[in-house]
Design a protein around this ligand. Structure first.
Ligand code: 0L1
Ligand code: MG
Length: 262
């Protein structure tokens, strides 16, 4: 690690304050160009510890930058992970106030809930499929705390991978009932098709994304506990939303999620 504990703590406070005050800030690598991957995750974990200390509950985990579309959109090559907060849960069909966020974007995702622990290293797609209790459709609301969504990978990891909210609903299905790779997704914004994708957009298979998560956690001596809700990553590029926008995301075999931004 390149940053000392005091700097990690102050960057965690800086980024969390930006989130809570809905204020965009410069990417932190501008002031700390030497920070490394361990520093980036240390800042994210320090943000998580701050929230837990205030009574926030971790609602699940997320993988980010898992699709080619997202990697291309953001100019990066490696997936990242973060955590979801209880206060980010939004009901299907809700009206969502844009002033809760700085510059929200949405991503259509496939989420899973596990029914047994998953441990790396060596976790693989088959092990994940055996551990999925059910699959549900989800939409993530991302809201980078960085000005104009301009960041690099280390800055975005520290910023909890832009996590801001999530909508879950539709129809829960067993993983054996559906083919997660060919599962089609159509994202409509204001009645027009904005994005079309299939599950394979997520590192080839959404369950592979979960295996990658287990293997990344293993590097920190952690695992995915049974009963964990996991967003496997956007199948599409992120779509910007503004007051007045109405969103429908149609998932093959899993129903539709809807929301309106005000
Ligand atoms: O969930 C995601 O893929 C977001 C990762 C962070 C990058 C971004 O803000 O788009
Ligand atoms: Mg996402």
């Amino acid at each position: 690690m390149k940053l000392d504990p005091g700097t990690i703590a102050s960057l965690a406070e800086h980024l969390e304050t930006a989130e809570l005050e809905r204020r965009a800030v410069a990417k932190i690598t501008d002031a700390h160009p030497d920070m490394d991957w361990d520093d980036a995750y240390a800042i994210q974990y320090a943000i998580r510890a701050r929230k837990i200390a205030r009574g926030v509950r971790v609602a699940g985990l997320k993988m980010g930058l898992t699709s080619r579309a997202k990697m291309k959109q953001m100019g990066v090559e490696v997936p990242v992970y973060g955590f979801l907060c209880d206060y980010g849960a939004i009901a299907d069909g809700a009206e969502i106030r844009c002033d809760r966020f700085i510059h929200p974007r949405i991503e259509a995702e496939i989420a899973v809930v596990t029914n047994r622990p998953l441990r790396g290293p060596g976790c693989h797609t088959g092990a994940v499929l055996a551990a999925i209790d059910f699959v549900v459709p989800a939409v993530e609301i991302i809201d980078s705390r960085y000005e104009s969504f301009r960041f690099d990978l280390k800055s975005v990891i520290a910023d909890n991978t832009s996590a801001a909210g999530f909508v879950v609903g539709g129809r829960a299905r067993a993983a054996q009932e559906i083919d997660l790779r060919t599962l089609g997704v159509v994202l409509e914004k204001n009645g027009e098709v904005a994005e079309v994708a299939a599950g394979a957009a997520v590192v080839g298979h959404p369950a592979t994304s979960v295996a990658m998560l287990a293997n990344m956690l293993a590097a920190r001596g952690e695992h995915i506990a049974a009963g964990t809700f996991i967003m496997t990553g956007g199948v599409t590029a992120a779509v910007a939303v503004a007051p007045g926008d109405s969103i429908n995301v149609r998932y093959q075999d899993l129903g539709t999620l809807s929301m309106r931004f005000v």
